[in-house]
Every structure is written in C-alpha cells, then in structure tokens.
Design a protein around this ligand. Sequence first.
Ligand code: HXC
Length: 256
Amino acid sequence: SPYEMILVERQGPAGLIRLNRPKALNALCDQLTAELADALAALDADPAVAAIILTGNEKAFAAGADIREMQDRAFPATYMKDFVAPWEAVLSVRKPVIAAVAGFALGGGCELAMMCDLILAADSARFGQPEINLGIIPGAGGSQRLTRAIGKSKAMEMVLTGRMMSAEEADRAGLVARVVPAAELIPEAVKMAEKIATLSPPAVAMAKEAVNAAFELPLREGVRLERRFFLSLFGTPDQKEGMAAFLEKRPAAFKG
Ligand code: HXC
C-alpha cells in the first residue's frame, strides 16, 4: 500500500477506508488528510466500487485535527496556505460516502463525518466540537453543518461549551442515520453499500446530489434541481428496466 496512515480494502462493492493512526486517536494531520484525499479519488474512479465507507477504529473515528501539528501554525501563513482545504476532498466524491463512526468523532473528526453523505453510528460513538477548549472554533464546517443537522440551540451549546453527545443523543437529534451495536457497524455499512450496488448508478448519483443540494440551495431552487434530475432519469434504460421489472414482478437488473 502507498499509505502509512490509512488502510484501504474492498468488502464486496464497498471501498473501505480505515483511518489508521491509533496512537493519536486518528488525529487528522496533513499526511493523513492527503492520503485520505488520494484514496477517496481512487475509489471514486474504480467502477467496481458502488459506495465508500470511511471509518476509524473502536476507540476513535478521529479525535480532531492534529493539535501537535497545529500548535505552531501562525497567521498569515495559515491564510496563505489553507491547511483545511484538502479535507474537503470528500465533498467532490460522486459515489455515496458513508461515515461509520465508533468512539470519538471530535472537532475535525466530527466535521469530517458530517462532510460524508450520511453517518452510521456505533452505540459507542461520541460526537463533539471541543475546539473552544483550545482557544479556537470549528474550522471545517462544524458551526454550519452541525447547526443545520441538529438545530441552533443544541449546536450552539456544543460549540460554545465543547460538550460531547452520545450516539443515542445524536440519533434523537438527527445527526446520524441510525445507531447499531459496535460489532455490527461495518457489516451494516457494507450491507448499505451492497444495496446501493444493486441500484441504477445514475439514479444513485443524482439522489446523492439532490439531497446534498438541500444544504446549499433555497427551497425553490432545490426543488427545480430535483425536478430536472427526476425528469432526466426517464432518458435512462434503467428507468425502463426498473419499472418493467416491477410490473413483471421480477428483480430489476440495472446497467447504469
Ligand atoms: C493530536 C491527539 C489528539 C489530537 C488525542 N491525541 N487527540 N493528538 N491531536 N486532536 C493523542 C493524545 O495526545 C495522546 O497522545 C493520545 O492521542 C491518546 O489520547 P489521550 O488524551 O491520552 O486519550 P483519552 O484520555 O482517552 O482522551 C481521549 C480524548 C482526548 C477525550 C479524545 O484525547 C482529547 O480530548 N483529545 C483532543 C480532542 C480535541 O480537542 N479535538 C479538537 C482538535 S481541534 P500521547 O502521545 O500522549 O499518548 C480541531 C480543529 C478542526 O479538530 C478544524 C479544522 C481543521
């Protein structure tokens, strides 16, 4: 493997990326984020991969940006070379990206999980934005994505005080899709990828883009985007196949 801080493997149609800096609780240093960006692009380009799973280990998804590496950074060098920008590689992936979170997802770790298309949480997951304890604030979208995910008061409390949220609270607040027993985390994420692998790839890609657009666009523009995608899918053989299969009471064989 060309990587030192991540592990990449295939599990059926899923491309699995495991953050692998256990001694530092997967703190997101420059090398790790560069490796992650590279692996995401490679899996996105691999036609055998239907969805990508991003995970850590039992103790931590990621405990944030690497504090040791950040300690001596200074302005304006930080502004001239934005070290956070490479983290956003996950936003340009066209296939679904599932964050499978066990243990700590703190600071940049929570932000990275929120940049994924959905979060599947183990019952051991803990989410937080503790940057305020370090004299900084979230820098990779936490103040924005957390607020949109769980609302102003809860997000404000977490960002202002650094309080962590349990998996159960995150589930109630709508931050995560589902909570599963820790031992089931990867199997459940792989099951999701397996289901996605049976579907029409252009429909999956447009579904992902449409839902993500809800975070960016006013309602009317979002609905217009959805409508254009929806109507354009009637130009795909997969729409004919999907509807014929339903009416003939047989499984669909989508070709993409
Ligand atoms: C560098 C980290 C780290 C981090 C943990 N470690 N988090 N190193 N950056 N973010 C290291 C510790 O220094 C320690 O190394 C080892 O991992 C194990 O951590 P412990 O603290 O000993 O573990 P524990 O007592 O179990 O506590 C777990 C913890 C705590 C509660 C998660 O580690 C913690 O509070 N971590 C920092 C969380 C945080 O503040 N995150 C936000 C970072 S700022 P040694 O060498 O001592 O064994 C951020 C900004 C993002 O993310 C903005 C966009 C870039």
